[in-house]
Design a protein. Structure first.
Length: 364
């Protein structure tokens, strides 16, 4: 089972299948129902939050041959819908601005706009990574955004809307996509496992969801990869081994050593982790995430609602206990130092050294 299959096979084909983007979905649905279509949209939000998927859904609904007045969902059966689902629609042009970002690329786009749709009502340009477009290229695009032909619709997608020029932003209808929650991703993975007859451990799916950092596409691809390697039996142990993840128990024990300021045992522990072949940059990132949870609980127990979906009830109890055992100023200093360590790990020839220095200086 290829890791790409799950992502493509389970990509939403209806607006009702999109998860955790209620505000965006409601606004787009109402626009389609009322036939209030903009000529230019901006979809912005974190990687993997569904921007491109929703752009394709919008394009499919706009060109659906069977969609009646007052409806918003595409039929997924007409020739236009099938062409989009099969990635061979001549009237849906997807452009990766990361590799087509220059003024010559935009000039080519402007020339192609002069030609009406081949078989559809609209000719729709989906431009991903739109923030990568150069300043001169944006200037060339501006005129087209101001006065596009009636049959043209632009959908720009970006993770960094602040990099788009104000003149461009003012001509786009903006939609902000939310980062997907851990539980939302976990439920989606469980649904795929059930449909694909894959056995799984709940903790394994939680680890995949955490590792994907809110990106559903990444989570689905990871699940496919693990299902392939583990013979369709997804276990926590497999996830940790395949991706070099550090189990929560090891992070918890390491934090205990930091709280106790046990320098010698902490240095021994990090060297054992290093010798076992784990990615120390990833370990430090997990460590920062763990300490962030303690920081939130230290600030106020009521902030537990921001982390309780990421941990089990038992893990939350442990976090509360650790929060009560560590000094606030010490915790803040540790976190700031580990942020510096994260940057050092990207360029050090000896990965364990920045963490050893940190432990040597701070655990006194």
């Amino acid at each position: 089972m290829s890791q790409l299959v799950f992502y493509r096979k389970y990509r939403p084909k209806l607006f009702s299948e999109v998860i955790n983007q209620k505000n965006v979905m409601e606004t787009l649905k109402n626009a389609l129902i009322r036939d209030e279509i903009s000529h230019a949209y901006l979809f912005c939000g974190p990687r993997g939050s569904g921007k491109t998927t929703v752009a394709r859904l919008l394009a499919k609904s706009l060109n659906c041959l069977n969609r009646k007045k007052g409806e918003y969902e595409p039929c997924n059966q007409c020739a236009s819908c099938e062409a989009i689902n099969n990635n061979n629609s001549l009237d849906i042009i997807e452009i990766d601005a990361a590799s087509n970002r220059g003024i010559d690329d935009i000039r080519d786009l402007r020339e192609s706009i002069k030609f009406a749709p081949t078989t559809s009502k609209y000719k729709i340009y989906i431009i991903d990574e739109a923030h990568q477009i150069t300043k001169d290229a944006f200037n060339a695009l501006l005129k087209t955004l101001e006065e596009p032909p009636s049959y043209i619709v632009f959908i720009l997608a970006t993770t960094e809307p602040e990099k788009l020029p104000p003149t461009i932003l003012s001509r786009l209808q903006r939609y902000d996509f939310r980062k997907l929650g851990l539980e939302d991703i976990k439920k989606r993975l469980a649904l795929i496992c059930e449909k694909e007859k894959i056995t799984y451990e709940d903790e394994a799916l939680r680890l995949i969801a955490l590792y994907s950092e809110g990106g559903l596409r990444d989570a689905e691809s990871l699940l496919g990869q693990i299902a392939l390697v583990s013979n369709r039996n997804v276990r926590k142990k497999d996830v940790e081994e395949i991706f070099g993840l550090i189990g929560n128990d090891k992070v918890k024990k390491f934090v205990d050593l930091i709280i106790k300021k046990d320098k010698e045992k902490a240095i021994e522990a990090i060297n054992e982790i290093y010798e076992e072949g784990y990615d120390l940059e990833l370990f430090n990132k997990n460590l920062l995430s763990y300490l962030r949870r303690i920081l939130l609980l230290k600030i106020s127990p009521s902030l537990a609602n921001f982390i309780e979906k990421e941990v089990t009830d038992e893990e939350l109890k442990i976090l509360f206990k650790q929060a009560s055992a560590i000094d606030f100023a010490y915790l803040e200093r540790i976190i700031k130092r580990l942020v510096d360590v994260q940057n050092q790990l990207k360029r050090t020839p000896i990965p364990v050294l920045p963490i050893e220095i940190f432990l040597s200086e701070e655990l006194n």
